[in-house]
Design a binder for this molecule. Structure first.
Ligand SMILES: *Cc1c(COP(=O)(O)O)cnc(C)c1O
Length: 445
């Protein structure tokens, strides 16, 4: 009876829901899992099977599903104010959130502009950069620079600064031309080269481009410390220091996309803190609402804000979304920031990370694994000779072993919520390895 229910949900979903980032025909063989409810790090289906959410439901869920503290904050907000437009009106949750985020940047980035998803935050940063140059009389600065292997979202503007062929190629004719520079990915180190050497080589590529056409470039956009969507490519923080200096020298804005790496994911609240620099624009989304509601924002410097401040309406930033600064989403974000403070999460994560790193040693040392790497609460491993269907086969096997884990190509990665207890950490490491071995064995069979 229960099992019929589960297959009913699957059939109905496949008939009427067009799932994201999915070739729908693959669901003829790949399982679709209807989630009935969630609690903590676990998702439960209609048959009572559970799945350990090792990738925080696409990197958004920081403190578990159905978190009691975030739930309580939202229930209270729901009975107070669900939404009000943010043009001509304001409200407590959006004010408080903006103030607290500004304080977290040491008031370097004191102006918060809101949207709902990550790609929209990227669009906003690109438009603000271009428009602020224009307001300063430098309308020739119209180009954007991104890194090889970059991912900044999939709307038309964000896709233009994304360098992932699978997402981009089909839409090439719709996109603005972008300058692409070398990635500082430390895996490219030649014999005898360090991660810092690679970072310096990559920064030299930025310098070459800025020397060539800095006067035409509005901004460079970078995902600091870890380029997540292309397979957790990690780099040395010195890269960010060098690029910050080049941006200052050549009057180019630095946009840091912390949509995935922000909110404590790399070990500090903002990834750029590890380089000791601040960008001109910082994009946040994903974890900021604890994984509860769509919320994104762009934090910017006072100098940017001042470039728009004028009696002339057309010099203003005339961009909006219907749900800009939604009070429920802001309340979820405030509850999330409360948990960071009350539970001293960044410190507690160091202990969790150390235990998980240790537990993952057998996988890191596996004969079919290379480039084992980690940064804060991100772990990644590249499977050797994985084959083209590795990711799908791993995902399917993982679900059989009560694990939600979707590799990116040959890269197995973990981005768990910040709530795992010791048993869950050890179980996660053991399953990640046993699923890998079963996936390899399946390919040979
Ligand atoms: C997820 C992501 C985005 C896009 O966010 P959406 O909410 O999916 O539009 C942009 N940049 C980075 C680095 C991301 O990880």
């Amino acid at each position: 009876m229960e099992s019929n229910l589960q297959s009913d949900w699957v059939a109905r979903s496949l008939r009427s829901v067009w799932h994201p980032c999915t070739q729908m025909q693959h669901h003829e063989t790949v399982p679709l899992i209807p989630v009935k409810h969630g609690r903590g790090a676990w998702l439960y289906d209609h048959e009572g099977r559970r799945y350990l959410d090792a990738i925080s439901s696409w990197w958004v869920n920081l403190f578990g599903h159905a978190n009691p503290r975030i739930n309580a904050a939202l229930k209270e907000q729901l009975d107070t104010l669900e939404h009000a437009m943010l043009a001509g009106f304001t409200h407590e949750p959006v004010i408080e959130l903006s103030e607290r985020l500004a304080a977290l940047t040491g008031h370097k980035l004191g102006h918060a502009f809101y949207a709902s998803d990550g790609a929209s935050a990227v669009e906003i940063a690109l438009k603000m950069s271009f428009h602020s140059w224009r307001n300063k009389g430098r309308s020739g600065k119209q180009e954007f620079v991104c890194l090889k292997g970059s991912y900044h979202g999939e709307t038309i503007g964000a896709l233009a600064v994304t360098d992932v062929a699978l997402f981009k190629d089909a839409y090439g004719p719709l996109l603005r031309a972008t300058q692409t520079v070398m990635s500082p990915d430390a895996r490219q180190a030649a014999e005898g080269e360090t991660a810092q050497d690679v970072a310096r080589r990559a920064a030299a590529d930025v310098e070459r481009l800025f020397n060539e056409r800095g006067d035409k470039i509005a901004a460079i956009i970078i995902e600091p410390l870890v380029q997540c969507a292309t397979g957790m490519a990690m780099h040395d923080p010195i890269y960010l220091q060098l690029v910050r200096a080049l941006c200052d020298q050549h009057s180019v804005h630095l946009i840091l996309d912390e949509i995935a790496v922000g909110c404590g994911r790399t070990g500090t609240f903002f990834a750029c803190e590890q380089a000791g620099i601040w960008p001109d624009f910082l994009c946040l989304s994903k974890g900021i609402s604890g994984g509860y509601l769509p919320l994104s924002l762009v934090l910017s410097r006072d100098e940017i804000y001042q470039a728009f401040y004028s009696a002339d309406v057309t010099r203003g930033f005339l961009h909006s979304h219907s749900y800009t600064g939604n009070p429920l989403a802001c309340r979820a974000a405030l509850a999330t920031l409360d948990i960071f403070e009350q539970d001293n999460v960044l410190e507690a994560n160091k202990l969790r990370a150390a235990r998980l790193t240790k537990a993952l040693e057998p996988l890191a040392n596996h004969a079919r694994i290379k480039n084992a790497r980690k940064q804060g609460m991100i772990w990644a491993f590249d499977a050797i000779d994985a084959g083209p269907t590795f990711s799908r086969r791993y995902f399917a096997e993982a679900t059989r072993q009560e694990l939600l884990l979707r590799p990116i190509g040959p890269t197995i990665y973990l981005m768990p919520p910040y709530i795992l207890d010791d048993g869950e950490i050890d179980g996660l490491a053991a399953r990640t390895l046993s699923v890998f071995e079963a996936t390899l064995a399946g390919a040979e069979a």
